[in-house]
Design a protein around this ligand. Sequence first.
Ligand code: SF4
Ligand code: SF4
Length: 389
Amino acid sequence: MPATVSIRRCANYQSEAIQQAVGEAVAAVVDLRALVENKAVLIKVNLLFNAPPPRAVCTHPEVVRALIRLAREAGAADVAVGDMPAMHLTDQPEIAFRESGIEAVCREEGVRMCPFSQNGYREVPVPNSRQLPTVIAAKDVLDAPVVINAPKLKSHTQALYTGAIKNWFGVVANATRKASHELAGLEPYSGSLVDIFSVRPPDLTVMDAVVGMEGRGPSEGKPRHLGLILASRDAVALDTVALECVDYTRLNVPHVRLAGQAGLGEADLARIAIDGPPLREVTVSFALPPKAFGQPPRFMIHFAFLLWHIRPKMHTDLCQRCGACVRQCPVGAIEIGRKNARIDRKKCIECFCCHEVCPHNAIGEDMTVAYRIHRWFHQWHTDRRRLQG
Ligand code: SF4
Ligand code: SF4
C-alpha cells in the first residue's frame, strides 16, 4: 500500500478551525482509536526555545491542544506533551514550555508536560548506522506505547529544512546532539539525523504548517503563511510532501533522501498518495535557507575557503552577553568578553547552532561575495526552471 499524506487547509490558529483541520487530516490516514485506545500517548512537539507563537519557532499551542483532545476522544489512557529545548535551556526547559504557550494548554487540558531530562535518557544502538553507532535517547520516547510527532515546518540553516525527521533531534541528550553537530559537512550531519530518527520513529506525524518559517530558520527566519495541516503514518513521506509544498524539493534535502534510502519511509513523491487538494494549489515558494547552495563550483575548489564561504558573524551591538550561544556551541568556540560574546574562528565548525539560539538576533551570517553571487544565481536558475515547468 502506498504511503498516504493528508493535507487540510486551515487559514489560522483559531481553536475550532485547527481542531477541525487536525481531526480531518488524522482521520484520513489512521484509525486513531485502533492506534491509541487504552494506551499512553506522548505528543512530541517542536520546542526549540522560549519563543512565543507569533515567531513561528515552536509547534503552535492550538495544534497541541487539538492533538490532546483527539487522543483523549479516541480513548488514550494517558496523554503527555514532551520535548527538550536547545542545549542552552537544558537546565530550565520549563521556560520554553511556558513562553511557547504549551504550558498553558497542558494546564487547561489537564495533561502532563514532559521535559525529557526529567525521566532521563538511555543509550541505544543504531542498527546499520550511517554516522552514530549509538544514540542517547529520551526514555519517555523510547518507552512510550504511542508517539505522535507534532513538528513545525521551517527552513533550517544547517539541515536546510526541519519537519518530521529533524524534529527527532529534540529526543536525544546533549552528548548525542554535540556528536551530531561536530560532524563536518551536510551529508554526515544529515546521516546522523537519520540515525537519531531511526531508533524509535513516530507512530503518527501531524505537522503544523499553518504558519511556517522561511529563509534563516529555524529561529531567525520570517514567519510565512501556508494555511495547512499535514498528517501521515509515514514521517518521511510527510517531509517529502511538505518540501514540495514550500518548493524545497529542488534542494534534495539530504536527511529526507537518506531516510528514504534507509527504508524508513517513502521519499519518492511519485509514490505517495495525497489525500487533499492538489499540491500545485497549495504550494508557496519559501525563501531558501542561507546554506542551500551545495558545493562550490569546480573552478573555485582550490580557493573555496577564501572565496566561497558562509560563517557566523557576531553583531556586537546586539549582543546582550546572555551566554545562550556559549552553552549551545558544541566545540566551545564562544566566550563572553567584556562587551559582547566572541567567536574563536579557529575552533568554529560553522554549525550555526549559536545563530539558532541567540534570543537577540546577534549572530548573523558572514558570506563572501562569491557565495552571494552563487546564491543569487542558484535562486534565479531554480526559479526559472520552475516557471518553465
Ligand atoms: S550572541 Fe546572542 S546568545 Fe550569545 S551572548 Fe550575545 S545575545 Fe546571548
Ligand atoms: S561558534 Fe557557532 S557556528 Fe561556530 S561551532 Fe560554535 S555554535 Fe557552531
